[in-house]
Ligand binder design. Sequence first.
Ligand SMILES: CC(C)(COP(=O)(O)OP(=O)(O)OC[C@H]1O[C@@H](n2cnc3c(N)ncnc32)[C@H](O)[C@@H]1OP(=O)(O)O)[C@@H](O)C(=O)NCCC(=O)NCCS
Length: 316
Amino acid sequence: MQIRPLNTPAQVTAAAALAHRSHEGLRRRLTYLPQREPDRYVDRLEWLADHGRLLGLYAHDRLAAFLGGFVLPDFRHNGPGAFCPDWAHGATADDPQATWEYRVLYRELAAHWLGEGVRIHAAAAYVTDDAAREALTLTGFGRIMVDAARSQTDLGAQLGHLDRVGARRATAGDAQALAQLEQHLVAHLAGSPVFFCHPEGRDAAAWSAWLVQPDARAWVVPAAGTIAGYIKAQAPQLDVSDAVHGPATLAINGLVVRPDARRQGLARHLLAALVNGAAEEQFTLVSVDCETANLEAWGFWTRWFEPLAYGYERRV
Ligand SMILES: CC(C)(COP(=O)(O)OP(=O)(O)OC[C@H]1O[C@@H](n2cnc3c(N)ncnc32)[C@H](O)[C@@H]1OP(=O)(O)O)[C@@H](O)C(=O)NCCC(=O)NCCS
């Protein structure tokens, strides 16, 4: 066994085939996810070889497994953190040594990152990638994030058409109320047990700017001259698993119900309004991501969506 940096086109292409294989495993379980070609991973891994570190483990001159990551200057407001995305690792089919190989590769990367003063290490792995997930938990990583998705058709059928609360599309006139309501989310994320470091909300001006973006979608529940809840979504951003990215995906990235109005079905109504609206706009996939420590979010999202990838973190 030998560990080598991957940088030639042939090495990167071999790694991309393994990344593609891993994604195909995910798609066998979650068939509604967008299809991928190996070239997609060639592009990403070339970028990673240039901007981060990409290592391969060779057995008899054949690439058995690879692992790569890059450093983000401010990972979740906690300072520098190294991140290995879900497309940045792979192993050969039915490799009984895959867990061990990932751990050996991480040992190399971890030593390098620590040498650069990077003490937060994070990785994402598909729910179907048992070897990578076992390697992470055996090495002291814990789950912090979940990416989940559902086909619009299945989700719409499960939710049905709910209209008890009068949910409507948000307009520019809601910017102030949206900013106020978001403060409940900020407080929730800062508190126990999430303890998100310095969560930030948008002010009314930032909401106004967001609402006019072409891909922005937000729905609100009106309540006595203000709003009692909102849901927002847009095209998948960079912090969302690559496996859901695509023009037919609507990625939810915000949901709040006022504390005194919770457990009355408002969030369910908001989700139904968004999902039924998505159908009219030809979105076929709806995705969401949330902190695994957020009990309310976990309780809500896992009722409607299927996890596809978990984010892990370790501090060294
Ligand atoms: C998550 C949140 C939006 C849910 O809003 P809500 O209006 O209370 O949710 P609903 O009443 O529509 O709940 C629908 C279903 O979701 C699940 N659910 C909702 N809240 C839950 C909780 N606290 N624990 C477990 N399951 C929960 C239940 O299955 C519930 O159905 P049930 O009441 O029949 O059991 C709300 O708790 C909230 O604003 N939390 C703080 C902000 C936040 O964390 N947002 C998510 C960011 S990713």
